[in-house]
Design a protein around this ligand. Sequence first.
Ligand SMILES: *Cc1c(COP(=O)(O)O)cnc(C)c1O
Length: 393
Amino acid sequence: MSLSSFDDVIMSNYATPPVTFVRGSGSELFDDTGKRYIDMLGGLAVTSLGHSHPRIADAIAQQSRTLLHVSNLFGTEPHLEVAERLNRLIDSGPGKVLFQNSGAEANEGAIKLARKFNGRGRHVVVSAFRSFHGRTMATLAATGQPEKHEPFQPLPEGFRHAQWGDVEAFDAALDETVGAILVEPLQGEGGVNEADSAFFGGLRAMCDERGMLLIFDEVQTGLARTGEWFGFQHYGIQPDIVTMAKALGNGVPIGAVWARDDVAAAFKPGDHGSTFGGQPLAASAAREVLRVMEEMDAPAVVRERGEALRRRLDALDGIESIRGLGLLLAATLTAEVLEQRSAADVNAALLENGVVANAVNPTSLRFAPAFTISDAELDEVVGILARILENGS
Ligand SMILES: *Cc1c(COP(=O)(O)O)cnc(C)c1O
């Protein structure tokens, strides 16, 4: 049987892909013609330990021959160690974990948990403009990008947005119906936008004063991506709820919600569920991811590799500025470069030349490579980028 073409069988919610990848190893990817690429995107900050990691591959293979799935009506083992490790790494007092299958689902779980904890009448969640929290109806409503809402109105009620980085704006959005604030520690999809400890400290104080929950969406930033185990740890504060997903399974879909003990206790049997959440295959991948990350001291590795990438980008003529934390960086192109071509054009030229990155907005490129990317690979990438910024191809 010959394979159908993409456009004949796949819905067009993504543009027709420019490349079909067939295998990967470490930071290398290979397409269906055998061409090699260096992966500077990690499948959107997912494959933090690189492609085909031997220990993750073995863990998945072994679990698939042992026990794949029985449902959450019964006990299984792999996710217990994952929860234990997450509790330790989040390091914000005693807490409990709920397993889901994706980032959006983790955020849905967090929103439902906040509603259950706060009770009727305090159901409103305030999040930031330019945020991204997922594509399900509730997480789309939480996402602070009104243009994404329009085609799907009416969205679920109970979501408000305030200016990112602006404590007063968040304060002004509050009333007695607000039960939680939901923010990313570093906005990912919205453009790799940073905020500072005054902002996060201000949100924490506001939540303490009014008895609201502070929820960190760490779906993209969690698991060492920013150079701390979790992004909130850069800002000297503690969360009430943390969500994560992307890197947790290094490519196997799994999401999780962590909540402090008394908040977690709001969920009683029957309140929430998931057929697959925390099932043994995904959980065994996550367990091995966390073991490997802890053994390598992933946050320290990310800080060092992040500096190595930043230093190289800093030295390029066509780059105006660099923002982000650890190995979640965005580089804004100079006005001279942007006169000739957009970030999307530069990104297309990178791909043509064997580098996978992402134009996170019209003026900047996003990089989220594996923590294991080598100096030689970074040199190669930056050499190609330098050539493109100079000559356009
Ligand atoms: C990717 C992302 C999500 C959505 O995760 P999915 O697994 O695609 O549902 C939510 N929040 C943030 C911050 C993300 O980066």
